[in-house]
Design a protein around this ligand. Structure first.
Ligand code: PLP
Length: 374
């Protein structure tokens, strides 16, 4: 296989899915897979085997999930800017819920549902105003964020929302951010949700489910120490702090399901040293295969997997794209690396391939699956 390519540990994916399914069963929680994290067909087929639903962020993601065999009734669809054709498609497919993110979207959806002669099930995506203590590039639930409807705006428009004849408001949805490692943040989230749900129900809403989104972080620093994220702890927190009543509780995990099962394999092209003395290791991957370091300053553990020596050197690992931010890591200690060596960039299963681009007309990377190598 030509480098760079993604290598997926399908056995680890299965173990991760077993963990999330077994732990969620204890509380009868429903788990959706956030398909934006990785929409690879082979991975989707495995995820489907474990009975997860899907969380989508575009009409094409909804279509992909349906084509991959997921039951439309297990699909939720959020997104601040759904296009008319995407809303119409979601209505037609009778998915589990369209998670609306503005009052205007609710009005437009109501009119479309009327036109289609349907009643559409909807969740209100509420902005809970919570600091998830993660990289600010990937927090989504603070007051000033573009995501969700502010609680105040829902209160101000409660009557109007309830009067929409072609929408059935069946759920509350929120997602406070991604790569959350400080799990106490989820306690705050539950406390906020309790207040929001109880106050809205006092105003006459009646919710069948609460969807608390995804966000569980993975261990990018030392993936070997924690290949499977701690679903049990998160579920226990939600169990202890969310006043559920007889409502269903839904989760939408992306990164925690596929993040650790993928790595990006890349080959060293050249070594050079800058005038300032920085040793550059130029590899054949770039931000076009894995944009997270360039986009968010994210860290991925890198290792030379073919070096013939145990002596190490400090390198700045850069990619081939025509951008200065196209850098995988700075000052990283690697076994001494020469042209032709293979490096692995770990924990790249989520938001890697799904964010790949063809900038500089690069080819999209291929994929290799562990189960094919047995
Ligand atoms: C609405 C929603 N749900 C779920 C997710 C998945 O988050 P994570 O990959 O952190 O689990 C995201 C990620 O952006 C999201 O926006």
């Amino acid at each position: 296989m030509e480098t760079p390519f993604y290598l997926y540990d399908t056995e680890l994916l299965r173990q991760t899915l077993e963990s999330v399914v077994n732990e969620s069963k204890r509380y009868n929680y429903k788990v959706h897979y956030a398909i934006k994290a990785n929409y690879d067909d082979r991975l989707l087929a495995i995820i489907r085997e474990y009975g997860l639903g899907v969380d989508c962020a575009s009409g094409n993601e909804v279509q992909k999930a349906i084509e991959a065999g997921f039951d439309p009734k297990s699909i939720v669809y959020a997104g601040v800017g759904k296009r008319d054709k995407e809303l119409r498609y979601a209505i037609e497919q009778e998915i589990m819920a369209i998670n609306c993110e503005s009052i205007e979207e609710l009005l437009v959806l109501d009119a479309m549902a009327a036109e289609a002669g349907r009643t559409v099930e909807v969740a209100l995506r509420v902005n809970p105003d919570i600091d998830p203590k993660t990289n600010h590039c990937i927090d989504t639930g603070q007051a000033d964020s573009k995501f969700g409807i502010s609680y105040e705006e829902i209160l101000d428009n409660a009557e109007r929302i309830r009067s929409l004849k072609h929408l059935r408001i069946v759920g509350v949805h929120l997602h406070i951010g991604s790569q959350i490692r400080e799990l106490h943040v989820f306690e705050n989230m539950c406390q906020k949700v309790n207040v929001i749900v109880e106050n809205l129900e006092r105003l006459g809403f009646s919710f069948r489910f609460v969807d608390v989104g995804g966000g569980l972080g993975i261990n990018y620093d030392m993936p070997e120490n924690e290949p499977i994220p701690n679903f049990a702890s998160l579920f226990a927190i939600v169990h202890n702090h969310l006043r559920v009543g007889d409502r269903e509780v839904h989760f939408e995990f992306g990164r925690s399901i596929v993040g650790e099962c993928g790595e990006l394999i890349t080959r060293v092209l050249f070594n050079k040293t800058t005038a300032t003395g920085r040793k550059l290791l130029i590899v054949d991957a770039s931000m076009t295969e894995l944009i997270r370091p360039a986009l968010y300053g994210s860290y991925h553990n890198i290792e030379n997997i073919t070096a013939e020596t145990d002596r190490t050197d400090k390198y700045t690992v850069v990619g081939t794209a025509c951008e200065s931010t196209d850098r995988f890591d700075e000052n990283v200690s690697l076994r001494r690396s020469v042209r032709g060596d293979l490096l692995t960039i770990k924990s790249a299963g989520a938001y890697g391939m799904s964010m790949a681009s063809r900038y500089n007309l690069h080819d999209l990377p291929g994929a290799v699956y562990g189960e094919d190598l047995m």
